[in-house]
Design a protein around this ligand. Structure first.
Ligand code: NAP
Length: 265
């Protein structure tokens, strides 16, 4: 694990990141002499976009390891700005903050909700999505993480277009696979064109929420294509806000409106 000591001045803030919200918050706090901010990444992406605050990469060693880090670095505020599907780190953050007796805020991006025209089939996991695709061969657009793509090896009869940020490698050993490496945001027109060009009949997506990857959902609706929508895992019920601006307010740096707290989604 890379260790980035915080500087000695001001309020010490650790942001657990890997999301657009974490990056936006880090950028908005950068360069302030009254704050010491460190952004923490898991290290899943080989070349993450550089942000203008000190960044550490790699796990802490569970909740206890994170609690030790918070203690050793004298962190005052912990902000869990991780992805809605990163459940382990959020559970660790809640435990570690309680252990280290420091304030924790979560940025919980609102989930997408159905609108008229959506043809969603809700499923609980990637494995459930793979099974629900059925026996008959279909042209499937997988817009999920590379690790999760492995679940679809159990359904090799389909033709897959699999898009991920990092190369898939041999994680999805099926006879008909087109692998695409790309990082969002993706707009609706481009998503619709991609789906048409590949004759896509069904989309598999996590309910990630947010605007950056909503284009495929809007495109599927437009093309009347069903979406197997994987439900979010449970996250701890801690004080939370929907976005980076809410986190700035919680830190006392926003427009001084009352901090909004939402229940975990
Ligand atoms: P996860 O299952 O909740 O976490 C697994 C382990 O990875 C954690 O126990 C922790 O290791 C380490 N970890 C996770 N986030 C970390 C962070 N920000 N800083 C330091 N260590 C971290 O997480 P995941 O689903 O694999 O996601 C990994 C990262 O990718 C997260 O930061 C998340 O925000 C980002 N991300 C995830 C998804 C997704 O769909 N899951 C999508 C986009 C971005 P230790 O226990 O050793 O501390």
């Amino acid at each position: 694990m890379d260790k980035v000591p915080m500087t000695s001045t001001g309020m010490r803030i650790l942001i657990l990141g890997g999301t657009g919200e974490a990056s936006a918050l880090a950028r908005s706090l950068a360069g302030r002499p009254d704050l010491s901010v460190v952004l923490s990444l898991a290290g899943r992406t080989a070349a993450p976009k550089a942000e203008p605050v000190p960044t550490r990469v790699g796990g802490f060693g569970g909740a206890d390891g994170l609690a030790r880090y918070l203690d050793a670095e004298g962190v005052d505020r912990l902000i869990d700005a991780t992805h809605p599907f990163a459940a382990t780190i959020s559970a660790n953050a809640a435990r570690a903050a309680a252990q280290a007796k420091i304030s924790l805020l979560a940025i919980r991006r609102p989930a997408w909700t159905r609108v008229p025209g959506d043809r969603w089939i809700d499923v609980d996991s990637m494995e459930a999505a793979a099974a629900a695709l059925g026996r008959e061969a279909r042209r499937v657009f997988l817009t999920i993480g590379r690790q999760e793509a492995a679940a679809f090896a159990a359904a090799p009869q389909h033709r897959y277009l699999a898009r991920s940020v990092e190369p898939l490698g041999d994680l999805l050993p099926v006879p008909h696979l087109t692998a695409l490496e790309a990082r969002g945001p993706f707009d609706m027109e481009a998503e619709a064109a991609l789906m048409r060009a590949n004759g896509i009949e069904v989309v598999v997506s996590k309910n990630s929420g947010g605007a950056a990857t909503y284009g495929k959902i809007a495109a599927a609706r437009d093309l009347a294509i069903p979406v197997f929508m994987v439900r979010r895992p449970a996250k701890p019920d801690v004080p939370s806000v929907p976005d980076a601006e809410g986190a700035r307010r919680w830190l006392g740096l926003g427009d001084h409106a009352a901090p909004s707290t939402l229940r975990a989604v």
